[in-house]
Design a protein around this ligand. Sequence first.
Ligand code: G
Ligand code: G
Ligand code: MN
Ligand code: NA
Length: 253
Amino acid sequence: HLQLLELQQALENNELFIMLQPKVELVSKKVAGFEALVRWRNSNGDYIPPDVFIPLAEASGLICSLDLHVLRLTFAAVKQLTDAGFELPVSFNASVSDLNNRDYTQEIFQAVKEHRVNPLLLDIEVTESQVMSDYRGFDALLRRFMALGMSVSIDDFGTGYSSLSHITKLPATTLKIDRSFVSGIEESEDDRHAVDMVAKIGQRFGYHIVAEGVETEAQCEWLRQVGCPVGQGYLFARPMTVDDVIAWLRTYP
Ligand code: G
Ligand code: G
Ligand code: MN
Ligand code: NA
């Protein structure tokens, strides 16, 4: 049973770290970037999955310090990759509380202003329902990020309040097609159509498209057929530590 105190101490003791999962161009197989995913290994060596501690962090207000830590690790990862000769963008996940937290948003603006990180290599991932929970406020904020040259990705796209009127004016550069549609590609004609539609309509309105959770060659083939340019998933690579990513890039493909 996970206690809030344990999570608090884990943060203080630096037990939280990030792994990077590649996003891959489906035709050329070139690496398009990475998503930073937070991980926790406690002092006993036990691995605690994020779907256990992220909800706890969100419910307790600890999410802002957790995600601020992730943000700094993301900047460090961008630098480590760049120094190794790989100038590739890295995405990080933000919660509603983060977007409402000045310490969090200022950390991004300050880091860019002080040239601690290249905004062209940063991509903030938010879900559609998060954006819609305070459309006025978040629209302005996300557009400020975009004006810096950052990318803004709508995570889990298709599971929220998607409607045609919204898709035309989302404050975003990128739509990430939710894994639930991708995983249904082989069995469900509806899911194939949903993926096809998001890829076509999304690009029509000027968004980059990324398919999440690509696990099989058949899913990848359908995604290519419908013109989805980029995918992320176990078919290409699992999340890896930053050091492992650099070693992986050196021998890729
Ligand atoms: O890595 P995994 O797919 O198990 O992540 C589980 C969930 O945790 C996903 O919904 C993912 O978006 C979320 N998540 C992963 N890393 C972070 C993070 O650094 N911050 C926040 N807020 N959520 C994260
Ligand atoms: O909510 P978000 O999309 O940020 O969460 C990403 C989560 O999806 C991470 O926890 C990551 O570990 C997981 N993930 C990444 N690729 C795959 C995949 O191919 N299959 C499955 N089932 N999960 C994946
Ligand atoms: Mn994500
Ligand atoms: Na997602």
